[in-house]
Design a protein around this ligand. Structure first.
Ligand code: ATP
Ligand code: MG
Length: 299
């Protein structure tokens, strides 16, 4: 399957009433198939990531040199879907000076005193940089939608918290992202789509392995109890906020290597669409370079 086909498969078309169930978390195969060709699949994925990491590192240098565009990459997922590992692998070759990862947790008192977009606006990338959001402003239409009582802490003016309240939040998000796009920030959003069974397997493996205990939290199991509500919030979010300027990609996440390879391929593709070039050197600068060479050689 070539990249174009993969993109078509996982990209959420803007304005569509897409069903989350259309996306298979276990793609490209059943557990038996993965067992049979697991190693081969992993090797192919690793090779693909290596290639993309190299391309992404080059593209990032160009992004930095041209100082016009920035890139914002959003990751959202249920717990244990592999956000951290994906970020680590995909960004492994990129110059740390041009790249930042920002994690968004439950908002602080100061953050709650502002609108929900305040903290993300502050953290969005400056020109030339790639910023990765590990969770994002989308938590405010996911966990907060699943647990509307969280809204009580945000000291909003009184009003109904029904459909039109959430519609307004999606509209605000779309406008905010369009504003970033118009000013040079390219946005790519990934939903790592994990199945409920695979999440259970990963939680159990964290419990079985002492080195993974730090990763385990009872809160994760509690949130798992709201699985269907989360799926429905994710589906609403995908339908309302996949736009021309900030598309969502639904990445099959049951196989970690498939997810990582897909994310790296899509990111590389997106950054390459900018068709960045090294900045042009004007005549005056060219003269300066010649003068510098002359001086150095005559030392
Ligand atoms: P890890 O994968 O290491 O567990 P994590 O991203 O799950 O990382 P945690 O500290 O476990 O980090 O969880 C952060 C929690 O903060 C998540 O449950 C998330 O839903 C919650 N959170 C993030 N943004 C908001 C928000 N705006 N309102 C309420 N809760 C939020
Ligand atoms: Mg967590």
């Amino acid at each position: 399957m070539d990249l174009r086909e993969i993109l078509e498969k996982v990209r959420v078309p803007p304005g569509s009433k897409v069903k989350l169930s259309r996306f298979d978390p276990a793609w490209p195969g059943t557990a038996e198939m993965k067992h049979l060709c697991g190693d081969k699949l992993k090797m192919r994925a690793k090779r693909m990531i290596e290639q993309n990491v190299h391309e992404l590192a080059n593209a990032q240098e160009l992004l930095w040199a041209s100082d016009t565009y920035a890139m914002l990459v959003v990751f959202q997922a249920m717990d244990a879907a592999g956000k951290d590992g994906t970020i680590k692998h995909v960004m492994s070759g990129v110059n740390p000076q041009g790249c930042e990862v920002v994690s968004f947790k439950a908002p602080t008192a100061e953050e709650l005193d502002h609108t929900f977009l305040w903290r993300v606006a502050k953290a969005s990338p400056s020109r030339g940089k790639i910023t990765i959001f590990n969770r994002s402003h989308y938590e405010d239409v996911l966990i907060v939608k699943v647990h509307p009582e969280l809204l009580e802490q945000s000291k909003l003016p009184p009003g109904k918290r029904g459909k039109s309240f959430w519609r307004a939040r999606y509209d605000d998000i779309n406008s905010f992202e369009q504003h970033l796009h118009r000013n040079g920030t390219r946005i790519v959003k990934f939903f790592l789509n994990l199945s409920k069974d695979e999440q259970k397997r990963r939680f159990l493996s964290r419990l079985d392995d002492k080195r993974k205990h730090w990763k385990f939290s009872m809160a994760d199991v509690r949130e798992r109890g709201y699985w269907d509500k989360y799926q429905s919030a994710y589906q609403d979010m995908l339908r309302a906020t996949s736009t021309r300027w900030a598309p969502w990609y639904v990445i099959p996440a049951d196989n970690k290597w498939v997810a990582r390879a897909m994310v790296s391929a899509i990111l590389t593709h997106e950054i390459n669409t900018l068709e960045l070039r090294w900045p042009e050197v004007n005549d005056e600068h060219r003269k300066e370079l010649a003068e510098a060479r002359k001086r150095l050689l005559s030392e």
